[in-house]
Design a protein around this ligand. Structure first.
Ligand code: DON
Length: 561
């Protein structure tokens, strides 16, 4: 029976992989919906739901499919976080973040003068943390999965072995990174070809198919032990990397207590440390909760001003207090305490930016001393799953493990290489996030679920490095304060402030362009990135139907049945 199912899947995905599926950005379904960054991965997830799988089964299948069809961020060589909420009121959080190898040390990216060596934490084998995704998916499957493990990985094996047509966005990105792939990979692999990619080209990853087949057969031991582990170890030895067999064997994914923060009638369930996302989102919501935002028009500069000032204060706290909770004591409840958050905003004067130098971290109780991807799933049982996963930068360290066909992350750059020196997202940190053996680097990933009472309503999240938190924050406010529908809330223009640098980032194509002048006039230094974040969200609607919405900013799309 199991073999028959796999055969049916094989035929199905053979068909799927040779014709580019065109899926809607937003659609309502009756029995299950997924939203992910690539149409093939969305189709895989919805097929798993159709075969009787639950939201966690679908999420596992999407994670493996994205490792094949969205290799700039989807991964088995990276890590991520999952938030779970079901209709019975159970909530859960899974940490499958990468860890520093045991041989890592705090000065590993500094020269003899103590200065940060450019790019050392970003490219090449030394930039990689010990990958967490495969162990994470195995843990999720053990606790919540219902379909056989192999069945969830099989679509990814077929997509890797048979290939799939790449989208235009993917062709452009592969071309952009070609030089880097050639620089960091000397043996042939699917990525370091010299041809110019174009939309519709078939991308085949034979080594990755074999690695995935080992994982399908042996579970997470197919990655952390045996042939795959041997290939990683060999690669590390040859290229001066430091990940050892012991690091791989000992990697553990951890179930953690989710951050649960109330906002008016709703509860927001999100990721605790080692992500900073949940605490920061909680702080931001607490700082603005009493300010009657719904009475301030969306394009009124005062709305930008209140939110940006809250953001500056929260990122100042982030730089001081947040790090891996297995290594540093993070004052979680102190930081999210309503009184503390109100006090943090006490030097805020309406329509004035507080100068960066006048903001520092606060003193919470209990203190003792670009590229990522997000996907969301809703099943017919009323369960929501929200996963953000990453290699850190696009294609991580640009290193493909020889013979194993997958990209290694460059997550070591999320540590603070030196106190006060910004990482690739301009984020600074302190001792709490300094490199230590086996420690997890601080993250901004914020997979989130919004509930009312016991009932899960929305699952959402975003890529975007340090801008993930403010993206999720604004979509939550669009939903809960401005009562926008999910499509509007996701697609509305966004902005971002992270304290340092002292710049307000406003997306190009703001709905109201005059806002830029107004904010400039009151003293904000402004920059205009093309876009901020890229949200994938699902909703369980009042009538029980299921809505999926992919952000207009990416290839994200909905599939369901
Ligand atoms: O964990 C983090 O916060 C980062 N490694 C996320 C990287 C990211 O979102 C890149 N995407 N644009």
């Amino acid at each position: 029976m199991k073999n028959l199912l796999i055969l049916v899947q094989f035929c199905l995905y053979t068909f799927v992989s040779w014709s580019q599926p065109v899926l809607p950005k937003s659609q309502i379904f009756e029995n299950g919906v997924v939203v992910s960054a690539h149409p093939e991965a969305s189709l895989v997830g919805s097929q798993i739901l159709k075969m009787g799988g639950n939201a966690v089964d679908a999420a596992i299948a999407i994670q493996f499919a994205l490792a094949v069809v969205y290799p700039n961020a989807g991964n088995i060589g990276g890590g991520g976080f999952m938030i779970y909420a079901d209709s019975k009121g159970k909530i859960d959080a899974l940490d499958f973040r990468e860890k520093a190898p045991a041989k890592a040390h705090k000065d590993m990216y500094l020269d003899e003068k103590g200065e940060v060596i450019k790019n050392k934490s970003l490219y090449g084998s030394l930039a990689a943390g010990v990958p967490g995704s495969v162990r994470g998916m195995a843990e999720a499957h053990k606790k919540y999965g219902s379909l056989p493990w192999e069945q969830l990985i099989n679509p990814a094996i077929i997509l890797a072995g048979q290939g799939y047509p790449i989208t235009e966005r993917q062709a452009n990105l592969l071309n952009e990174y070609q030089e880097r792939f050639l620089k960091y990979n000397q043996t042939p692999n699917a990525f370091n070809s010299t041809k110019a990619w174009k939309k519709g080209d078939i991308f085949i990853q034979s080594d990755l198919a074999k690695t995935l087949a080992r994982i399908a057969k042996k579970g997470s031991n197919g990655f952390y032990k045996g042939k795959t582990a041997m290939l990683i170890r060999k690669h590390m030895k040859k290229h001066n990397g430091i990940i050892t067999s012991k690091d791989l064997k000992q990697y553990n994914a951890v179930w953690r207590k989710p951050i649960e923060v109330s906002y008016k009638d709703y509860s927001i369930i999100t990721m605790p440390p080692p992500s900073s996302g949940g605490i920061a989102l909680g702080q931001l919501l607490k700082m603005v909760e009493s300010r009657s935002l719904k009475n301030i028009e969306f394009e009124n500069p005062l709305r930008y001003n209140i939110l940006a000032e809250a953001e500056k204060r929260v990122y100042a706290d982030r730089s001081k207090y947040l790090g891996d909770p297995d290594f540093v004591k993070v004052p979680i409840s102190g930081l999210m305490d309503s009184l503390y958050c109100t006090k943090r905003m006490s030097n805020f004067v309406e329509m004035q930016p507080t100068a960066q130098k006048d903001i520092t971290y606060g003193m919470p109780e209990g203190y003792e001393s670009t590229e990522t991807t997000h996907f969301s799933v809703a099943d017919k049982y009323g369960t929501l799953v929200s996963i953000t996963t990453t290699l850190n930068g696009n294609y991580g360290s640009s290193v493909v493990v020889e013979g194993a066909g997958f990209m290694l992350n460059n997550e070591m750059d999320d540590f603070s290489a030196k106190p006060g020196t910004p990482n690739m997202f301009g984020l600074i940190g302190s001792k709490a996030n300094q490199i230590e053996p086996n420690k997890r680097m601080l993250s901004s990933m914020t997979p989130t679920i919004i509930k009312k009472g016991k009932k899960p309503l929305f699952a959402l999240g975003s890529p975007g490095g340090g801008t993930i938190i403010t993206t999720v924050f604004q979509v939550v406010l669009n939903l809960l304060e401005y009562k926008m529908d999910l499509e509007q809330a996701v697609n509305k223009s966004r902005f971002h402030h992270q304290w340092t640098p002292d710049i307000l980032f406003l997306e190009q194509n703001q709905n109201d362009e005059s806002i830029v002048n107004k904010l400039n006039k009151i003293g904000y230094k402004i920059e205009r990135p093309n876009f901020l974040g890229c949200v994938g969200a699902v909703q369980i609607r009042e009538d029980g139907s299921l809505l999926g919405v992919g952000d207009k900013r990416g290839d994200d799309c909905a599939a369901g049945f």
